[in-house]
Design a protein around this ligand. Structure first.
Ligand SMILES: [Zn+2]
Length: 317
C-alpha cells in the first residue's frame, strides 16, 4: 500500500525515462578534445611492396594512398600523432621511433627470439609485448609454443597486445596471407591463456571483431581483459563498427575499451578512426574520454603526474 502513495512520482519518472531515448538520439555528444593514448601503431623496418600504392577497401569503397616510403611513413605518423594529441603510442617496432620521442613512444614487440625479448624488457628498451601475430601463421593463442611468451610477460609484468582477427584486408588469404583462416579467428582461444596466467595484463587487438557475443562472455568472465579498437574503427563500414562498439558498451565494458589506430601505411586512417568514435551517437563525452585516454592510462598504470602532464600537453594545442 505504501508503494501506491509514490505512484505519481514513479509515473513522472517513467514518463521522463521514456523520453530519454528521444533526447539522446537528437543530442550527439561533442567531439573529444583531450589527450589520446594509441594502443596500436605500426613502424616498419623493411619496405613493403604496398608502399606508394593505392588500396581500395572493398567493404567501405574508400581508397587509401599508402605512404611512398618508410621515411614518409614515420613523418606522417608523427605528424598525425601531434595533430590528434596522441601523447602516448604503443609502436611495433622500430627503436628509432622511440629514440626520436621517448616520452611518447612505448616500444612494442610481440614475436622473435624469447631471450632477445627478455633482455629488451629487462633493460627497458621494450615496454609492451605487442603485436603478437601468431594468428597469421595459423597458430592459436593457447598453442603450447606461445606459452613461454605469456609466462615471460606475466613474470615481468609487461602488457601484452594479442592480435586475433581480422587478418589483413578482406580476402587477404588470396593476396599473400596464406595462413589466414576465418575458423582460427575465434577470440575464445585466449581463455586458456587467461586462466593459466591470471596476472597477465592483456588486450585483444581489434576487440575480437566480429565475435560480439564471445567477447561479452570473455570480458564478463575475465575482468583483467581489455581490448583495442585498431583497424575496425576505420576498416569496417561505420555502421558495423558502431554496432559492434555499442554491443560492448551496452554490455557494460566501457571501462576496458581502448583507442588504437593500426594505421599501417594507409593515409587517412588516423583521421577516420578518431572521427568514427567521435560520431558514435550512443557515446557520451565521458565515455569517449574513457576510450581515448582513461582506460589505457589505467591499463598501463600511468602515474597521476604523467596523466596531468598529458592533459596539460593536450590543452596547449
Ligand atoms: Zn596491428
Amino acid at each position: 500500500m505504501k508503494a501506491l502513495s509514490h505512484f505519481p512520482m514513479r509515473c513522472a519518472l517513467l514518463i521522463g525515462l521514456s523520453l530519454l531515448p528521444f533526447v539522446r538520439a537528437t543530442s550527439q555528444s561533442e567531439p573529444y578534445t583531450g589527450p589520446i593514448i594509441d594502443m596500436h601503431v605500426h613502424a616498419y623496418q623493411e619496405p613493403s611492396p604496398i608502399l606508394g600504392k593505392q588500396f581500395t577497401n572493398s567493404l567501405t569503397g574508400i581508397t587509401y594512398s599508402a605512404v611512398p616510403s618508410l621515411e614518409a611513413h614515420k613523418a606522417w605518423t608523427f605528424a598525425k600523432m601531434a595533430e590528434h594529441r596522441i601523447v602516448k603510442a604503443v609502436v611495433n617496432y622500430d627503436p628509432e621511433w622511440e629514440a626520436e620521442d621517448p616520452e611518447r613512444i612505448l616500444l612494442g614487440r610481440g614475436s622473435g627470439d624469447l631471450e632477445t625479448l627478455r633482455r629488451g624488457f629487462m633493460s627497458g628498451e621494450l615496454q609492451v609485448m605487442a603485436e603478437m601475430t601468431a594468428y597469421y601463421s595459423g597458430v592459436q593463442a593457447d598453442d603450447a609454443e606461445l606459452d613461454p611468451y605469456f609466462e615471460l610477460a606475466e613474470t615481468l609484468e609487461v602488457p601484452v597486445g594479442y592480435h586475433i582477427y581480422p587478418g589483413g584486408p578482406p580476402g587477404a588469404l588470396y593476396a599473400g596471407y596464406s595462413g589466414v583462416r576465418a575458423e582460427n579467428a575465434h577470440p575464445m582461444q585466449i581463455e586458456r591463456v587467461l586462466v593459466a596466467h591470471p596476472k597477465l595484463k592483456i588486450y585483444i587487438m581489434h576487440a575480437g571483431w566480429p565475435y560480439l557475443e564471445d567477447m561479452k562472455a570473455l570480458m564478463y568472465a575475465h575482468p583483467q581483459l581489455y581490448v583495442d579498437l585498431g583497424v575496425i574503427n576505420w576498416g569496417l563500414p561505420k555502421a558495423e563498427f558502431h554496432s559492434f562498439l555499442k554491443g560492448l558498451m551496452d554490455a557494460g565494458f566501457g571501462k576496458r575499451i581502448m583507442y588504437g589506430t593500426d594505421q599501417m601505411v594507409f593515409q587517412g586512417a588516423f583521421d577516420q578512426a578518431i572521427a568514427n568514435i567521435n560520431s558514435a551517437p550512443f557515446l557520451s563525452l565521458e565515455q569517449k574520454a574513457d576510450i581515448f585516454y582513461n582506460n589505457a592510462a589505467t591499463f598501463l598504470g600511468l602515474s597521476p603526474e604523467e596523466i596531468e602532464k598529458h592533459h596539460l600537453q593536450a590543452g596547449k594545442k
